[in-house]
Design a protein. Sequence first.
Length: 198
Amino acid sequence: MKNLILYFILLSYSLLAFAEVSKVEIPSGVVTKLKGTVYFEGKLVNEGDIINKMGKIETKDKSFLQIKIEKWKNTISIGPNSTMQLNFSDEKKYTLDEGACRWKSFGKSESKGKIFTKNSSMGVRGTDFLLKSNTLLGETEIIMFDGVVLMENSADKSNTAEIKKGQWGGIGGRFGNKISPILDLPKAIIDAAETSLE
């Protein structure tokens, strides 16, 4: 009898623990801006849609999408003719396959994440930057507007560089197999680029 009572007590605790786990908030993104034709997993996206699962965003010519992720205190803007893989989980992983995206933080986030391209990865948290991936040339470029990003060479993890506010970084194609020397950009170029994907 004592064993039976103990069994029911343990079962009750297990059910309570499961209920608490099921309450964990699933990260989600809200489409706050949209222009033109955009697809998520092959389905047409509309302003106001909620995206809360893994999948591929595709933007067509002259199209643009902005997603606000409240839990992580950031927005991701994806430019025309771009393809990006989104992972709305605690892994917080994104892959820009082609085109351009802008990551912009609007508050402090407890969670770190990474954006990947074919040849590099960028650690992200509390930053504002523009990222471009050109698969035809095999190039990745980043322009930093605020904060610091650690850029890592996917083929050589020891090849890293910090890209700071007002700087440019690049790898692949014309820039070589290693991360190119980091450049300080003139204010006029930063100001012009900062209007991108707003």
